[in-house]
Design a protein around this ligand. Structure first.
Ligand code: SF4
Ligand code: FES
Length: 482
């Protein structure tokens, strides 16, 4: 592997590595706007300039790659990069001055404040003064459909958003129009971004506050939010996301890109908008037996007295929940999997499965069998199984499967549903226990690609609402033999 020197620190890197990435590996963060690992390089912002020994001008580190080493000297130093010279500092300050020529000083009312690259880089690399005496250009903000709002005054023309709609989502709704100081990012006439199921990503991509989300706009200052690493239950692969929350309420979901994993940079709008169902309102639900509040002991006794127990676990829950739930089954072959939601594959490169039951693998590894609920119905009708414990979330079950589950529950002499939010199906069970939602617990899944993905607790559950593992542990006194 060739060796390069970055500010006199030597490191070996694969030929073809971007200088910007090589700098990161030694802990040097190169400021950048137009560069994005999932988009084609355009080198338009000029913020990432570095000095390279032997080159007459500064070079853009987002497009300069490390050359291969000579064959007769594989360990040779092939490049010497400097990121802290006066020329580099001068270039960065100059770029910042240009970018701020037309940028308004409206940080106090801008949604991006607190996570704005223009603010950060201006502080670190800018001059603090402006020589701009002319009036700044002005636009009114525009709606790009119901999901996205653009404020062109703030745009720095990095074209990340334009490249996203062309290279990733494919609709090409955005374009750059006009020239010089009239340059503006806009949609082709009459085209909104509403038809784009991945439109929300342009808000994350925008390094300044030009593109904002209609849903999140003006709702929270970002410095009040706490970010917890989690996964999306609404993607086939359990996409890694950040849950941004405050006051025990989720305010937004954002992608959480994993290093070297290009498929984790973007999430769909459906995933992004799924958070309101995890925000609880009203009173905490209580355990019930035959429709009336009851202590756990009464439910456990009723379950014990019923006879052989089968469990039905929906494959959208975590592996710890699957493990504990499985231990409630009287025999190993009485663990059944449920969930038949599918997710249309819109971007095949980013979504390799249409199976919406994201932890099907984790449940299967713990002895749950999917697609055989009719077998369980037969066993219940013949009296081989007397009691059924159901772990369920109605958002991931089709009406057809719900009808089959209802038949199973009605045929069993005792049924217990574990749910975060009660559904018609759950209410039809003999007993019901309130469980934490996935945002209120920590667990992990094994997705369809066999990758283990963990999620952490973001919200505090109400008193009396417990994880499946805790309920199952307390119910585990049920006799195991058939
Ligand atoms: S709107 Fe944002 S992402 Fe798009 S070009 Fe302008 S600054 Fe870049
Ligand atoms: S990040 Fe390299 S030129 Fe914009």
């Amino acid at each position: 592997m060739p060796t390069i020197k970055i500010n006199d620190v030597e490191l070996s890197v694969t030929p073809g590595t971007l200088v910007l990435d090589a700098c990161r590996t030694v802990g040097i963060d190169i400021p950048h706007y137009c560069y994005h690992p999932a988009l084609s390089p355009v080198a338009t912002c000029r913020m990432c300039l570095v000095e390279i020994k032997g080159q007459p001008k500064l070079a853009t580190s987002c497009t300069t790659t490390v050359p291969p080493a000579p064959k007769d000297n594989p360990d040779a130093v092939v490049m010497e990069v400097f990121t802290n010279t006066p020329a580099v500092a001068d270039a960065r300050a100059g770029v910042m001055e240009f970018l701020l020529i037309n940028h308004p000083l409206d940080c106090p009312i801008c949604d991006q404040a607190g996570e704005c690259k223009l603010q950060d880089y201006s502080y670190h690399y800018g001059s603090g003064d402006s020589r701009m005496a002319e009036v700044k250009r002005r636009y009114r903000y525009e709606d790009l459909g119901a999901k996205i709002v653009i404020d062109k005054n703030r745009c720095i023309h990095c074209t990340r958003c334009v490249r996203f709609t062309r290279e990733i989502s494919g609709g090409g709704e955005l374009t750059v129009a006009s020239r010089g100081s009239h340059l503006e990012v806009t949609t082709f006439t009459g085209k909104s971004m509403d038809q784009n199921p991945f439109a929300g990503n342009v808000v994350d991509l925008c390094p300044v506050g030009a593109l904002t989300s209609r849903d999140f706009r003006f709702r929270k200052r970002v410095w009040y939010l706490k970010s917890v690493p989690s996964i999306s239950r609404h993607s086939a692969l359990g996409n890694p996301i950040w849950i941004d929350h405050e006051g025990n309420q989720i305010h937004r979901l954002r992608p959480r890109p994993l290093a070297g994993k290009e498929t984790t940079h973007f999430i769909s709008d459906a995933e992004r908008q799924a958070y309101p169902r995890y925000n609880r309102t009203g009173k905490a639900p209580l355990p019930t037996l035959k429709g009336t509040p009851a202590p756990l002991e009464a439910i456990r006794e009723a379950l014990q007295a019923a006879g052989p127990v089968a469990v039905i676990g929906q494959g959208t829950f975590g592996c710890d929940a699957a493990q504990r739930l499985g231990e409630l089954a009287s025999t190993a072959d009485l663990r059944f999997g449920s969930g038949d939601k599918t997710i249309p594959v819109v971007l095949p490169k980013y979504q390799t499965s249409d199976d919406g039951i994201l932890n099907r693998r984790g449940f299967t590894e713990r002895g749950f069998r999917f697609g055989v609920l009719e077998e369980l119905l037969g066993k219940v009708q013949q009296g081989e199984v007397r009691a059924v414990v159901l772990l369920h979330d109605e958002a991931f079950t089709s009406p057809k499967e719900s009808a089959l589950l209802t038949q199973i529950i009605q045929a069993a002499s005792f049924s217990l549903a574990l749910e975060a939010q009660s559904s018609d199906l759950g209410r039809s069970a003999t007993a019901w226990l309130p469980t934490t939602s996935y945002a209120e617990e920590s667990d992990f899944i094994v997705n369809h690609d066999g990758e283990l993905r963990r999620y952490q607790k973001a919200l505090q559950p109400p008193k009396g609402v417990r994880p499946v593992t805790a309920w199952a542990k307390d119910l585990a006194a049920v006799p195991a033999a058939v």
